[in-house]
Design a binder for this molecule. Structure first.
Ligand SMILES: Nc1ncnc2c1ncn2[C@@H]1O[C@H](COP(=O)(O)OP(=O)(O)O)[C@@H](O)[C@H]1O
Ligand SMILES: Nc1ccn([C@@H]2O[C@H](COP(=O)(O)OP(=O)(O)O)[C@@H](O)[C@H]2O)c(=O)n1
Length: 228
């Protein structure tokens, strides 16, 4: 396949509520790139485990079932989609139940291996380039990405953003749940949440979403201008 000048792979990692999804979608739309939400894939496999009666705390049972669900991600940044066995999973993967169980499922090495292969094949098919967001994209999934960004923000800012989305939720409970999930994601053995050595860290606590988007767009354009 010919290598176009526009083709660029951007990895955006960081904990929950730092702005990965909003930033990645907007940057991809502005630059004409595809977009992949890898968290949605881990949520989708978790939803499948729950609805198929697999005990998500039983790592062996999760590992045995990991290859069964067929997960398909649509990568248009203006209308991303996710299906499991042909069913639209975009609503059910955002429930509190899935959110509270996803870290147990995503820690299972067999799950990570299957989902990582899927992510690499989606990135390889995105001829014009792609923005991939998650926890381990820069370190593990796409270590040769042209640009790696690691977004951070204070737990207070992240909890306020998240509880703004979940109407009626308690900001303190949201903060505790975020901290617990970060700790689980950062301490697992297989490809934990971590900043790659060559990632650019952007603290979004005091930035508006538009400022973060502008910052990442500028970094991509600088990479392109430098011939990557
Ligand atoms: N810099 C920012 N300032 C204020 N709110 C933000 C900022 N970035 C994102 N948000 C909002 O915070 C919420 C979580 O953002 P999201 O992109 O889903 O984060 P992540 O994908 O890292 O979990 C969304 O409602 C989003 O609009
Ligand atoms: N590359 C990734 C992306 C997500 N995940 C897992 O998937 C969960 C959900 O990710 P997400 O991006 O949807 O989370 P939020 O930022 O929306 O809260 C995380 O808490 C991780 O357990 C992962 O292990 N590796």
């Amino acid at each position: 396949m010919p290598h176009t000048v526009e083709s660029v792979i951007v990895a955006i990692d960081g904990p929950s509520g730092t702005g990965k999804s909003s930033t990645s979608k907007a940057v991809a739309a502005k630059l004409g790139l595809r977009y992949l939400d890898t968290g949605a894939q881990y949520r989708a496999i978790t939803w499948w485990m729950i609805t198929n009666g697999v005990d998500v705390e039983d790592a062996q049972a999760v590992a045995t079932a990991a290859g069964k669900p067929v997960i398909v991600s649509g990568t248009d940044p203006t209308a991303p989609t996710i299906t499991v066995d042909g069913l639209d999973a975009s609503g059910p993967i955002r429930t509190q139940e899935v959110t509270s169980r996803v870290s147990a499922v995503s820690a299972v090495p067999e799950v990570r291996s299957i989902i990582t292969d899927l992510q690499r094949s989606i990135a390889a098919q995105a001829a014009g380039g792609i923005v991939v967001e998650g926890r381990d994209i820069g370190t593990t999934v796409l270590p040769d990405a042209d640009l790696k960004i690691f977004l951070t923000a204070s737990p207070e800012a992240r909890a306020a953003r998240r509880s703004g989305e979940l109407k009626g939720s308690d900001v303190h409970a949201t903060r505790e749940a975020l901290i617990k999930r970060d700790a689980a994601d950062s301490s697992r053995k297989t490809s934990p949440l971590a900043k790659a050595d060559d990632a650019v860290e952007v603290d979004t606590t005091e930035l508006t979403l538009d400022q973060v988007i502008e910052c990442v767009v500028t970094l991509v354009e600088e990479k392109r201008a430098a011939g990557k």
